[in-house]
Design a protein around this ligand. Sequence first.
Ligand code: 3H9
Length: 693
Amino acid sequence: MAVDYTTRDGVAVITLNNPPVNGLGHSTRAGIVEGLARANSDPAVSAIVITGAGKAFSGGADITEFNTPKATQEPTLHTVIKEVEKSAKPIIAAIHGVAMGGGLELALGAHYRIAAPGAQIALPEVKLGILPGAGGTQRLPRAIGLEAALNMIVTGTPVLSEKLANAGLFDAMAQGDLLDEAIAFARQAAGKPGPHPLVRNRKIEHANAEGFLQFSRNTVAAMSKNYPAPLKCVDAIAAGVKQGFDKGLAFERECFVELVQTPESQALRHAFFGERAASKIPDVPSSTPTRAIQQVAVIGAGTMGGGITMNFLNAGVPVTLLETKQEALDRGLATIRKNYEAQVKKGKLTAEKLEARMALIRPTLTYDDLKQADLIIEAVFEELGVKEQVFTRLDEVAKAGAILASNTSTLDVDKIAAFTKRPQDVVGLHFFSPANVMKLLEVVRGKETAKDVLATVMQVAKKIRKTAVVSGVCDGFIGNRMIEQYIRQALYMLEEGALPAQVDRAIEKFGFAMGPFRMSDLAGNDIGWAIRKRRYQETPEIKYSKVADRLCEQGRFGQKTGAGWYDYKAGERNALPSKLVDEMIVAYSKEVGVQRRKISDEEIVERLVYALVNEGAMILEEGIASKASDIDMVYLTGYGFPLWRGGPMLYADAAGLYNVARAIRRYAQQPNGDAWQIASSVAELAESGGTFN
Ligand code: 3H9
């Protein structure tokens, strides 16, 4: 049963009981209506409390029902709230843990609300590309005022119940046991003459509502370019202000129905579930025991090591930071401090917290100090010989059961594990730069990595607020293996007729944060060069355009050398198209005998994105990623793929695999077409009409 019904002291208690977050799916909604009818027809009941079992009042509508018949099956949430408002006996919503979305809307329909401190109160629908669709845009402004409500609705950010204690939302804050106090409150309310107050009957007071709404519309429009929902939130609130509650409610409903069908909402919901799905590993059940991680060690205090260290300091975990030389250690510590100081300057961190975090670092020059560490992450030079030295030494000093992790971005984790006598304790933890900022963490599972090691690092990832995605061992893992094909296409297009600024502009218009050439200039063109040089040795059969090598031969490594694919003025980051580079590209085409042609923006986007899709499909076929949404999460959280498109695999689903396959086959016929070997799953899904997700 999704709803429990009991009575106590003449008060009916309707308890939402639909774990994990008491989502308002159909059976919960039906249960509430049934409970209300029972309470209202029972003469022994004088009032009703609605509360939630477990850790939440309610996390809102059941998102899994969206776009299915269940979402609109009666009783809808609208009907439930109507029944609540209609009740002759007073209804008290008793809120703890979480009251979000439809959960808060349900509570707003009640006559009275009592909240426990610490509850997260939000209308987060906008984060799913929709708007509150059960009266939230109408009732919240009437409860807490226009400005505060608009802010909550447009951002979706949770606010702690105690911060709303005097805002007009709650009639009381619980001091002790929430249910006891809600029942006492209900008994008192039952003694008062009806009708009991309803939020819908309150007025929205504002000295200049029209002006404020216009200002909000302008601000929100500028901030939410690719997302239709935030502006609709403002429109729905405005409709209620201007035309009254009922018309506002009807307009809100219209907007909800429209938004829930949009590709942006589908993408955001995909990301919501994708993030949670990524934390589940098919053959590692949630009951797998984990190892205690109380002390962490990081080897290497460079950019990566420093960033990795900060993640743990931020989570309150002590870190032993190892370097080979005192100067390098001092430099690393100074950089960490500088990063924190920048946060203090911005008002994001207090000076005390800065000191508390720095105090958690134990700098050292000796491996012997790593003996107590439960998790050791190396972030040293990306070269197998260097890794061998580190892991051989770690095997000697680390305590039994310590997890030994490598931050390698391309090397073979199985080979690294084989440098130790405990390969089951070795795992890849591939952080992305800047490691203290980027959400993505690729967890690389070696063939011998123990299940409890995996379960532990997934838990650690959650603690340091990363989106962890498990990847099998292959060159580049999920993210870099795919980006290589994307860059390969970008370089071929230069050779065939495009210029860096055109390629970047086209893919940035598609929504990428940065095109491949601006990105490469930022990261350092020498990094890709080093990888290609390795490839020329290891896989001579794979062809690459040599145009990027020419650039590097001229020492144009990007921003750090003041010149790359673009020119840079001293001390500035603006990418200025370079006449010299453009001429070099045109000369290169001539040299390799390619007749340059005009390449359309559409072709640029297709070749870049489908290169990701095709490689992603192979990664799935090989079991390197266990599900398509994992690949999407890698691209959304680590590679700047536009969130509102949901990641490359969802994008391919939306474009239609038939169209994707057709385009790939067409590009395979063009010069440089040998880079396109269509993945068998792309071909199969094109045939069957199926999708990846
Ligand atoms: C809405 O209400 C529309 C209405 O305005 C109008 C209707 C007409 N539905 O995050 P967790 C699952 S839209 C379905 O790890 P936490 C989640 O997938 C809704 N499932 O826990 C996961 O499943 P699994 C507006 C949901 O403690 C499990 O619960 N509400 C829902 O870290 C645990 O989730 C929101 O947008 C849901 N609504 O955080 C709130 N919520 O175990 C979205 C959660 O299979 N939810 N699940 O992986 C959240 O922000 C967090 O889940 C919450 C708990 C803060 C509640």
